[in-house]
Ligand binder design. Sequence first.
Ligand SMILES: *Cc1c(COP(=O)(O)O)cnc(C)c1O
Length: 231
Amino acid sequence: MISSAIERIRGQILQACNKSGRSPDEITLVAVTKNRSLAEIKEVVSCGIYNIGENRVQEAVKKICWAKEQLPGFRNIRWHMIGHLQTNKVKEAVENFDLIQSVDSLKLAERIELAASKINKVQDILIQVRTSLEPTKTGVQPYMVSDLLKEISRLKYIRIRGLMTIAPLVKQAEEARPYFRELRMLREELSTDKDLGVRLEILSMGMTNDFWVAIEEGATMIRLGRAIFEG
Ligand SMILES: *Cc1c(COP(=O)(O)O)cnc(C)c1O
């Protein structure tokens, strides 16, 4: 049952917050609904989860169109793009997503800028950082983030809201801690850089396997799929 899974998750969030002296109000839960049905989306929304994450533009746009017509509370939903964004899908992504979490190059940011300017929208984004050395992972390397931020912050139709990372798949949640810590330290370092002048209030990190560790390390946004739908 989705509702009991969410209740359990809320308990785990509270526990991780208590352990690290944080407030659960600081944590936004994004329900990752890739490959999930419209009925399942409806159910999470009815449980009060209004942040929905998808990783493919095509699939997401279909669901968003449906939600617009069929889902009470549609207006309150914030849609998150959490997958790799191909340049030929940027226009649709900008038209449909409230937060694009997977920006990892200037080229992609410039495409977003162009698409957003055409509809006079300021697009919220996160920079996706590759905190692990796994070659398959997308994301910009930590040492390059500062330069990338400098370039992107010149763009008028983009607002950088923070950083996102995907920890590598590990056996024990605890093994993911160093990657989360690295993202938090990177944010601290960058937010104190006066030349940059970006706030980076969002730290999107932590999934089903490791979200409580991510919260202990400062996550302000967690992205959960299986914990909600297979919990
Ligand atoms: C699928 C996905 C998630 C959710 O993963 P679960 O392990 O099902 O919680 C989170 N973030 C990204 C980027 C994903 O692709």
